[in-house]
Write a protein that binds this ligand. Sequence first.
Ligand code: AMP
Ligand code: MG
Length: 339
Amino acid sequence: MQTRVEIADFENWRAVAEDAAKVLKGGELVALPTETVYGLGADAFNADAVAKVFEAKGRPSFDPLIVHIAGIRDLQRVAVVSGELEVVVRQLAKAFWPGPLTMVLPKHEDVPDLVTSGLPTVAVRVSKHEVMRLLTKELGPIAAPSANRFGRISPTSASAVLAELEGRIPLIVDGGASSNGLESTIIAVEVGEKRPVLRLLRPGPVTREELQKFGKVPRAGRVTDDRPEAPGSLDSHYAPEIPVLLHDSPEEFEPEDGKRYALLSYRGEARDGYLDRHDWVRVEVLSPGKGKLAEAAVRFFHSLRNLDAEGIDAIVAEPVSDVGLGSAIMDRLRRAAFR
Ligand code: AMP
Ligand code: MG
């Protein structure tokens, strides 16, 4: 299969969205830009199209997809939400949609079981990217997990999608680099006894601290089930092809003779201790100088992908602070390092 790449810019958003809508209506897949990472989209109500998502990604069928809708008005088409639950969901939607928050809610029977891997719940989000906004308006709900092969690094640019899925899908819409750079925060929303309970299934750009205003956010326990509740929470995920060594302190790194290493550094500053530790083949800096977590998030998957292509023996990663958005980055780093 030939993979076309169409560039969507301010002049032609609409034309590109129309073309993508045609492909999606025909039951085929389109890789689409969102503010988090690129998604691999299929018509959410077309089970045959959804099956192609699993095939193109090499994704196991127990790993459910996120459904994108145009706005809260479309929520009842994919989820069953009423009473107190509806109150909380509306508050969250008002605060965070469109944006990088995915809510796991009771599923509408019209959503094919394949989308949710047979779960009684569906993960829903509203993207703020113009292309996704136009498409969901025109077409309705779109199922779209990240546009990478299963377990691999999430793509934050059209070229990264091409590297992952060239020849496997007909169309990639190039809408520029993803502005958040990390996958959405996923929460399961429940009514709770006194206050709503927001179970954090995947940390992301919407932080625990921001969510706490809307309900209790229990500290996530380890998912021990062999069928993970949020399969982005599989221990090994976001993995480059070469090993990632995550060292909490620079002294922990002991290079092996004859091996070549690259450094994934947070600030790229000597005082952090990693930079002078070794003669690195290459150093990728997530947030030069100041150490800003938002900047590090945007560059994270891109930098990891660059280092993965370097032909080295291992990537040594410096930790970032494990608070706010840093927790989302550390979550990805730990999974990238898990073997
Ligand atoms: P991706 O966009 O590739 O990160 O994949 C979507 C992720 O959403 C999955 O890996 C799951 O972690 C999560 N997800 C989707 N549906 C559900 C659901 N019903 N319950 C819990 N997590 C879900
Ligand atoms: Mg993914």
